[in-house]
Design a protein around this ligand. Structure first.
Ligand code: SF4
Ligand code: FES
Length: 377
């Protein structure tokens, strides 16, 4: 249930995006198209302040993310600081650079959970999708997490190129001893929206995958938690994105910009404050951008008179903006949205196209002039 604006609760979680640098080039990356430069990244001292202010504000869990957070030399230091503030710590990583020695050091610093992304269940497809020879390194990283006795989650973004291999992906997670598997159907903003034609599965693929997920969830109930992020292009009503705008958690981008969700920076009509100049507390409670879509007063029709408005909050603001250019619009994923035809047209296009992936037609995520190196054309 989405919270009302007159009851702003403290944030529960912080997504600390330490850097946009990353060795992988995933074509569905949720990072912005224009990434924060290394020179603009927050310093160790600035991150300490963010973490301390977050703890004071009531945040109980921190997700260190990126880009690839292992590229920050001070990661261990930051984890130690978060742990000293009694916050639960999670590392969201590609796994590249996570040696056993490093994993043990991070564990000693207080790291509780590691979430490693996988692109597919085999190296050939995985390396094509990520634009980097990463698969075997990721398997080594999983072993390191196990040796260091940390909790292990896997995250797999699902799309046209890998969704038909869902049973193999689930088997891989089982074999690796993951306690949690997040099956995240692609959300189409930023890089994923650029690649939507190549990534959006068709209806039959989604139906088959949903069956496999339901069967696995029941079968593995006691062994592995499986999370299913809904394929909202095929849902009749939108997702309650982020549990509501500025309701549960916040993101701090590498350059210090504080956001109600990781992709909100794309909404150019809003001005987001930077923790270099404002406290986290004033940003959370008082900033215009965080208050903009709290509650339901801002909603247009049909949301304003819809019984579901406190369930989904009118859908995702980033998706509304990305597809219509208007962040106030009803999320087009909703069947009642005036611009729902935008979703229907995208689905229609998948029916007339081949599902065979052609890697050269993917637009790979790029950090500045960075190019995918491992791809063989
Ligand atoms: Fe949600 Fe608005 Fe659609 Fe109702 S009309 S289901 S509130 S997006
Ligand atoms: Fe930003 Fe949904 S991703 S509100």
């Amino acid at each position: 249930m989405i919270k009302r604006s007159n009851t702003i609760e403290p944030p529960y979680s912080l997504l600390a995006e330490l850097t946009h640098r990353c060795p992988l080039h995933c074509p569905y990356c949720s990072n912005p198209l224009e990434m924060a430069l290394q020179e603009s990244e927050l310093s160790t001292e600035e991150w300490h302040r963010v973490l301390s202010e977050a703890a004071d504000l009531g945040v109980v869990e921190v997700h260190f993310s990126g880009g690839e957070p292992l590229l920050r030399d001070d990661l261990e230091n930051l984890i130690r600081h978060a742990d000293s503030l009694e916050m639960y710590t999670n590392l969201i990583t590609s796994g590249i650079g996570l040696t056993t020695e490093k994993a043990i050091r991070l564990r000693k610093a207080g790291l509780a959970n590691v979430q490693i992304s996988f692109q597919a269940a085999d190296s050939k497809l995985s390396d094509i999708i990520g634009g980097y020879k990463a698969f075997e390194k990721k398997k080594e990283a999983v072993k390191s997490v196990k040796i260091a006795e940390m909790h292990l989650s896997l995250n797999v973004v699902l799309h046209q190129m890998n969704i038909d291999h869902l049973d193999e992906i689930i088997k891989l997670a089982e074999e690796m001893g993951a306690e949690r598997l997040e099956l995240a159907n692609t959300q189409y903003y930023n890089w994923a929206l650029l690649n939507r034609e190549r990534l959006l599965p068709n209806k039959e693929q989604i139906e088959r995958a949903t069956e496999i997920y339901n069967e696995a969830k029941a079968r593995l109930e006691k062994k592995m938690e499986i999370i299913w992020v809904i394929p909202d292009y095929y849902a009749s009503t939108p997702k309650p994105c982020m549990g509501g705008w500025g309701a549960i958690g916040l993101t701090v981008a590498p350059d210090g910009v504080a956001l109600p969700c990781p992709t909100a920076g794309m909404i150019k009509a809003l001005s987001f404050e930077n923790i270099r100049y404002s406290s986290l507390k004033s940003i959370w409670y008082d900033s215009a951008a965080f208050n903009r879509f709290r509650g339901d007063e801002w909603m247009p029709e049909p949301c304003l008179s819809c019984d579901l408005r406190h369930e989904d909050g009118g859908g995702c603001r980033c998706q509304a903006y990305a597809l219509t250019g208007d962040a106030y619009a009803t999320d087009p994923a909703c069947r009642w949205a005036p611009k729902h035809h935008l979703i229907e047209e995208a689905i229609q296009e998948t029916k007339s196209k081949s599902l065979i992936p052609i890697s050269s037609q993917l637009i790979y995520r790029k950090y500045l002039s960075d190019k995918p190196k491992a791809l063989k054309k």
